[in-house]
Write a protein that binds this ligand. Structure first.
Ligand code: THU
Length: 136
């Protein structure tokens, strides 16, 4: 993936931080999901008083895309931090990794964990989720 594409995804994920609804944790997460068709879907985390209905930024982005008919993805960029200040990389939770595995190819789908447009790490889905749950 080209550096410029990654920078576009990092900027979009950073922009999403301001949309996070996080009155309980104050931990903002932003995501930018790139489809194979070249569209970018943003996502933020949205919390709830009852806690378990909370949805992560990654799943917000994926479900927005799937609900619009997009089911083929190239990459997702994730940023996050307390009060929206991104001081470190923010890896996806296990539930989000499993949801990614529903739609994304393990060896080609890229998970980009960014601190800034220049400071990011790139992993394949297989690296992040070596043994996914499957119906066999
Ligand atoms: N969160 C995400 O948005 N993505 C993850 O992969 C892990 C956690 C959110 C959920 C909650 O709103 C906050 O971070 C603290 O757990």
């Amino acid at each position: 993936m080209q550096d410029e594409t990654i920078r576009i995804l990092v900027r979009r994920a950073m922009d999403m931080l301001s949309m996070s609804y996080v009155p309980y944790s104050h931990f903002h997460v932003g995501a930018a999901l790139l489809t194979k068709s070249g569209k970018v879907y943003g996502g933020c985390n949205i919390e709830n008083k009852a806690y378990s209905p909370t949805i992560c930024a990654e799943r917000t982005a994926i479900f927005k895309a799937v609900s619009e008919g997009e089911t083929e993805f190239q990459a997702i960029c994730i940023v996050g931090g307390p009060d929206g200040i991104v001081a470190d990389h923010c890896p996806p939770c296990g539930v989000c990794r499993q949801v990614m595995s529903e739609f994304c190819e393990p060896d080609t789908f890229l998970i980009i964990l960014a601190r800034t447009e220049e400071d990011y790490k790139v992993y394949t889905l297989r690296e992040m989720l070596p043994f996914r749950f499957d119906l066999i």
